[in-house]
Design a protein around this ligand. Sequence first.
Ligand code: XIL
Length: 315
Amino acid sequence: MASLRELSEKRGVRFGCAVSVEALDDPEYVEAVGRECGISVAENASKFGPLCPSQGSHDYSAFDRIVAFAEERGMALRGHALVWHTQTPKWLGEDLPVREILADHIEETVGRYRGRIESWDVVNEAVADDAGMRDTIFLRSLGPDYLEWAFRIAHEADPGCQLVYNDYSIDEVCPKSDRVYELLSDLLGKGVPVHGVGLQAHLELSNPPNMDSVRRNVRRFRDLGLQVLVTEMDVRIPEPFSQEKREEQGRIYEEFVRACVEEGVTRILTWGLTDRYSWIPGFFQGTGEALPLDSKMRTKPAFEGLTRALGESTG
Ligand code: XIL
């Protein structure tokens, strides 16, 4: 059977997943990701904190391992995430010159991989759940123009790279995605080099998005001239797990990915590939089994749903 990589590439789409550096020691994992993925992103290794364990120096060894893994297999790469309020360096505080430190970090990191990373999540999750701007160390230290500032620095460091704003719960039309839409329209109006919006798509079996609304949402961002990417998809199942729920999950994967691809999304990434390695059980207690392969690396209805959605001919 054709892999998700082959099926998607036939129609000009790249499917892939987040890669965890710890899991690269697992040969079954390496085989599965190598087979199915045409694009990858580091699950943690390219975040600010992991890259900057101590002030004034970067440690790129873990991310380099993922970059080498991807390049050996001809996979495209995404970078994630330059400006994010979570997983910042432990030593970083508002008493320090945050602007200089962050500028150095963006310049050095984006510059180091210049020409090798097709897109970077420059700003991640800057909008709060109530659709206001999230109160973060970056907003407090740099002021509300920090997004514009960060995109410009990243663009200078790698002018050919696609620069993305990434967030969760913006998959359909809702107050939070309205806010992101306004934010990005504003940035584009000022000539800021922002090229894409990443829909994280951390979906819930018990509360799936309305697919017509997803389509309208993708369309409105594309009408602004932005690329739309699905950057971190998973569909968490509440316990107890059952085959019936897995089948429902398969339908959500299929319908969501079909809606996005039909509306012109050409990058579909899941947040991991196998339930053997997934952030979901640790972060959303009482849920799990969110990914296309099970913990024994067997395909699930979710995988079959992806196969159908990605394998359809464009007619
Ligand atoms: C998660 C990772 O999967 C975990 O291993 C880590 O402990 C916390 O971060 N949105 C994002 C990702 O943008 O970076 C997060 O990844 C999941 C939610």
